[in-house]
Write a protein that binds this ligand. Structure first.
Ligand SMILES: NC(=O)c1ccc[n+]([C@@H]2O[C@H](COP(=O)([O-])OP(=O)(O)OC[C@H]3O[C@@H](n4cnc5c(N)ncnc54)[C@H](OP(=O)(O)O)[C@@H]3O)[C@@H](O)[C@H]2O)c1
Length: 230
């Protein structure tokens, strides 16, 4: 069944955003791929249709326009570009929309190591965004899921994702959205202050990938009667 909600992926031309777009378009969600340059967004749509086929509902727009049309906006830009993006799309966001923050503040974005983070004063990037944009429902998710795994659409993903928010309804929506991607479980990670765990964990998983020579290391939380409380 085709969903009636619209998901805009800001920075959806990049590895992580394009991977999420592939998975959600395949699951029949309505997706807009956003870019700073409309032509790049349109090129990503063309690439996506080459992979999945022409029959899907996906369009490419400049980031701000994409954000203005969506009920769910997903942030997938590098940490060092985040502030410009928040300035450019912040005012276009619909009141009360859900903003899924996938940003990991890797030290490598400012010349440091990809296995370390630069955690802001607020404790996490997601918490910081919630203070900058108080009128949207910020949810932290998909930070531990690798782009390689997302783009390998023939394979289920061997990972959970920790979903944190101070808005329980928004968190529930995102947990369900995670389940649209085969084998991912969205784990209720509590309030947004716990997003710091995901951000550290992602840098740690990058180190695991390097040490073991793999690209898709993930996490599983065991012993859960899964989602009986969601
Ligand atoms: N890659 C992963 O495996 C992975 C996993 C988990 C989380 N994440 C997080 O997801 C986010 C995106 O990661 P990625 O690997 O997809 O990054 P990326 O490919 O380097 O960049 C994503 C997109 O962001 C836009 N962008 C690049 N630099 C920018 C800047 N300075 N200002 C504004 N927009 C800029 C570009 O789109 P346009 O040029 O089209 O505007 C680019 O295609 C990061 O915060 C990362 O930490 C990534």
């Amino acid at each position: 069944m085709v969903s009636d909600r619209v998901i805009a992926i800001i920075g959806g031309t990049g590895d992580q955003g394009f991977g999420l777009a592939l998975r959600w378009v395949k699951a029949r969600e309505n997706v807009i791929i956003g870019s700073r340059v409309r032509e790049r967004a349109e090129a990503a749509v063309k690439r996506l249709k080459t992979i999945l086929g022409d029959q899907y509902n996906v369009e490419g727009l400049e980031n701000r326009e994409a954000a203005s049309k969506a009920n769910i906006v997903v942030l997938t830009v590098p940490f060092n570009g985040l502030f410009d993006i928040l300035k450019s799309v912040g005012g276009a966001l619909r009141q009360e929309c859900i903003l899924i923050d996938v940003t990991v503040p890797l030290a490598s974005t400012i010349g440091g190591k990809p296995t370390q983070t630069i955690i802001p004063w607020h404790g996490s990037v997601s918490k910081m965004i919630a203070e900058i944009l108080p009128n949207v429902k910020v949810v932290s998710a998909f930070k531990e899921i690798s782009a390689e795994a997302l783009q390998d659409i023939q394979s289920p993903i061997e990972s959970d994702t920790i979903v944190c928010s101070d808005d329980d309804d928004a968190k529930r929506v995102v947990i369900k959205l995670a389940e649209k991607i085969p084998n991912i479980r969205g784990i209720d990670g509590g309030g947004l202050e716990n997003s710091r765990i995901s951000e550290y964990l992602t840098a740690f998983l990058i180190g695991v990938n390097i040490r073991y020579g793999v690209k898709k290391a993930g996490i599983r939380i065991t012993q859960l009667e899964y989602n009986d409380k969601v």
